[in-house]
Each structure stands twice: as C-alpha cells, then as structure tokens.
Ligand binder design. Structure first.
Ligand code: GAL
Length: 491
C-alpha cells in the first residue's frame, strides 16, 4: 500500500502519470530529414554539407538540431546479424558521422523499419531489434525513425502494431542511451491511441507531398479513424493532413506528439503563402518540425519562413497544447481542384496567451472574423469562458519575418562574416536562451509585431489571401487579472 502511494505521489510530482518518460521531445523535435527532397540519394557528404549549412545559416540556433538520415543507408547484415553501413556512401562510417555532428552541436538520427525490409527494400529490423538498437547506440545515434513497410502481416489491430513497435522501444531503452523514438506507421491501427505509451512521436497520415490542397488517389484516406483507411498512402496534401489530425490534436503532449510528416517548405510545389500556412499549422499543431528541403540550395525566401522565431515559439511553448479547430466552413469558393474551405484554429499558450490561426484554404481572398467566444471555446462553451470579458493585444506572428536581403546576405557570407551578420541582426538564438526562458521573459523577438487590440466581447478580423494563413498571438491586457490559467506549464 505504501509503495502504491509512493508511486502515485511520484506520478503526481513528475506530472507524468502516463506516456513515455525518456526525457526527450518535451517540446516537438526539430531538425532536418533528407527524404522529401532527396529520397535515396544519401551520403556522408550530404549529411556533413547539410550540417554545415544548418550552423552557418543560423537554423541550428533557432532550434533545428537533429540531422536525420532516412532510408537507403545500409548494405545488409554481417555474419553475426548486425547491420552494416554502405561504405561507398558513408566511407568514414556512421560513428564518425555521429561524432562530427555532435562536435557541431547537432544530434544524429537514423532510420529503419519494423519489417523484414525498409520501404526502399533495404534490410529491415523486424526480429533483429536488439542487434539493431545496439548498433544505433554504439554508433552514437540520438534518434530513430521507425517505418512500417514489409511488416509480414503483423498489423490489422492496434495490439498487433503496438506489440511490434514496442519491441524496438524496449530494445532502445535497454541500450541505456537516450534515443528519441519516432514511429512512422502512417496512422495505421490508430497509432494516435497508443503511440504515446511507447514513442516520442507517431505519424498519423500517409506521406506528405508538395501540394497545398490537391487530392490524389494515392492518398485516399481522408479520415484516419475510418475502418476503410487501410492504405494511408502517399501524395497527401497539407490540407488533407490537417483535416485528418483535427479530431486527435489533443493526443500530443510533452514527450509524445502527433507527427504530420516532414516539411515541404522550399521544395518548389507551393507558393510562398502556402508554405507559410503549412509551416504555421505544423508549428501550432505541435508536429515535429523536420525540414524536408535540400539545404545546400536553400533560398532566402525559404530561410525566412523556416527561421521565424515567433512561429517556432508557438511550437516550442512549454505548455505543449496543440491548437484546436473551432470552425470549419465548407460553403466557400473552390480552388482549381474543386477544394475550398475556411478554418479557424485556436489554442492556449504559456502565461495565459492564446494563438489563433485564420486559414483561408478557399479559392478566393476572404475576410475572416473570429469572436472571442469562438477563440476561447475550449475554456468554456456557450460564452462561459472568462477570457471573453478581457481586453486583448494582438501580435502578428509573421509581422517581423526576416528581410529577404538580409537572408540573402547571410546565405552568401563567408564563414567568418556569418557570426557578425547574426550579431547585427540580433536574431533569436535558442542555443543561448531556450524558448522556455525567452517566453518567460517575454523576449520581443518571440512575440511578433503588435497590430491592434480586441475589446472585451469583441472579435479578431483579418483579410486573408487565398491559400494562406494569418497567425496571431493574443495577450490579455493586465495579463488576465485574477483569471486562473488553465494550461498546465511544464516544470
Ligand atoms: C515511407 C515513409 C517516408 C520515408 C520512406 C522511405 O514509408 O513514410 O517518410 O521514410 O518510407 O522509404
């Protein structure tokens, strides 16, 4: 009995009554993965050129610290059953890559599949979990993306998938090395209902592709909880994915997150406004933020989307709550694919602030309004939330986007000049001050640009271009007075 009490007290004390507790991904993980832009074209030089770019462009210092190598890196197993890296692609070996990344202040991620083969038909880890976890830990790996191809029919119920993925979780744990565990089972077998018990993130959709709204037969599932969603597929648009995650946004929590898939920002298929909307939603929905573009040819426009600290601060807010959808309108102008909708998303932040996204996924520009009653729906339905009676300052989270000319200067600068440019720009550096600390101090660079006020009982209105988003931080004037802040902050 005493032991039971102690366990309960400990759970209360640490605040981790459930879910994984390996200390990792307390906020959604950030980094880069080669798959979206480069597929199987992987090599040691790709990883090292990318890591150098991460450092020199300042992307590491706004938070992108994992360099994740996807499929196609191995040449099979040795006689003792251990995976070997392809030495033509990785001539110095994986340990050397890990060492170099660590020296640059970065972390190293690798990939395998809970199947007999990976999706690109390289050796998989199913029934080899202990060996492979030992190899990853021995090489100095900090992150494992674990895919779902060739699973030998061991799927079809949540328990079957859970058990298959748990074997690797246990194997990773028994190495003693903290390794972020990222499930890539495309939402199959309702991974949003069990992922949080064994993993730091779980994919909830088939693969993303570089389109904002185009429907595609290869991504036939529009509702991940449907029993007919047997083939989550590929070619899923940004809009398809956010509509799928809408009913599960509350599954994410510090330590375990809904994974909406890697970012497409910079890959060329969407407009600047569409990429901003994609990035804003991934941040506010608490998806891991893994850049999926080729950083060796990073453009100034992509850099200024990816390095916006006011938007990243929403992703990295210590409260760890996703935004919720509070409105979806389908009766609006359609785009060229016959798709069109308007959505309003809202969520609580640390310090009693609120983030609001007005998404125009329709075929025409629109004026979108959201009342405080709607914005604070989750703090009390039918107008019962105390926040409705407060006055709010409004900050545009894209208002201080980095100037294109400065971004280009940074990208063109010699190694020795980069630091100087960064100092001059006074851009946010999360290696020096974490987002948690910066938010506590209300660092201006995380707040966005003040654009107006909402009176008590009022509403937020903005003109939103077609296929774009307006994203705001709301701050109560007088900080909410005596209002109890519902969101529980991480200690
Ligand atoms: C898919 C996965 C992609 C990528 C690819 C590699 O199953 O969802 O993100 O990892 O396999 O073959």
């Amino acid at each position: 009995m005493a032991a039971l009490h102690l366990a309960f007290a400990l759970a209360l004390f640490t605040g981790h009554a459930a879910g994984v507790n390996n200390g990792l991904a307390r906020t959604p993980q950030m980094g880069w993965n080669n798959w979206n832009a480069l597929g199987c074209d992987v090599s040691e030089s790709l990883l090292l050129d990318t890591s150098k770019k991460l450092v020199d462009s300042g992307l590491r210092d706004v938070g992108y610290n994992y360099v994740v190598l996807d499929d196609c890196w191995s040449r099979g197993r040795d006689e003792e059953g251990f995976l070997e890296e392809d030495l033509e692609k990785f001539p110095s070996g994986m340990s050397a890559v890990a060492e170099e990344l660590h020296r640059q202040g970065l972390l190293f991620g690798m990939y395998s599949s809970a199947g007999e083969m990976t999706c690109a038909r390289y050796a998989g880890s199913l029934d080899w979990e202990e060996n492979d976890a030992k190899s990853f830990a021995g090489w100095g790996v900090d992150y494992l993306k674990y895919d779902n191809c060739y699973h030998m029919g061991r799927f079809g119920t949540p328990k079957l998938s859970f058990d298959r993925y748990k074997v690797m979780w246990d194997a990773l744990n028994s190495t003693g090395r903290p390794i972020l565990y990222s499930l890539c089972n495309w939402g199959e077998d309702y991974s949003h209902t069990w992922g949080m018990s064994i993993a730091n993130s779980w994919r909830m959709s088939g693969d993303i592709y570089d389109s904002f709204s185009r429907p595609d037969d290869l991504c036939s599932c529009i509702d991940a909880s449907s029993p007919f969603c047997i083939a989550p597929g590929t070619h899923c648009s940004v809009l398809n994915i956010i509509n799928k995650v809408a009913p599960y946004v509350d599954r994410g929590q510090p330590g375990g997150w809904n994974d909406l898939d890697m970012l497409e920002v910079g890959n060329g298929g969407m407009t600047d406004e569409e990429y901003k909307a994609h990035f804003s939603l991934w941040a506010a929905l608490k998806s891991p933020l893994l850049m999926g573009n080729d950083l060796r040819s990073l453009s100034a426009a992509s850099l200024t989307i990816l390095n916006n600290p006011a938007v990243i601060a929403i992703s990295q807010d210590p409260v760890g709550h996703s935004v919720y959808r509070v409105r979806r309108e389908l009766n609006v102008a359609k785009d060229k694919y016959g798709v069109g909708e308007i959505q309003v998303w809202s969520g609580g932040l640390s310090g009693g602030d609120q983030v609001v996204l007005l998404l125009n996924a329709a075929g025409e520009d629109a004026r979108i309004s959201a009342s405080l009653e709607e914005i604070f729906l989750h703090d009390g339905p039918e107008g019962s939330a105390p926040q409705i009676n407060e006055e709010w300052e409004v900050f545009d989270l894209w208002g201080n986007r980095m100037d294109n000319a400065l971004a280009q200067k940074i990208l063109d600068a010699d190694e020795k000049d980069v630091e100087k440019l960064w100092k001059q720009a006074n851009w946010y550096n999360s290696t020096e001050i974490s987002y948690k600390e910066g938010l506590k101090k209300r660092d201006e660079r995380l707040m966005g640009k003040k654009v107006g006020k909402i009176n008590a009982g009022g509403s937020l209105t903005a003109k939103v271009k077609r296929h774009s988003v307006e994203m705001f931080r709301l701050r109560s004037v007088g900080h909410g007075g005596k209002r109890k802040v519902h969101a529980k902050e991480e200690l």
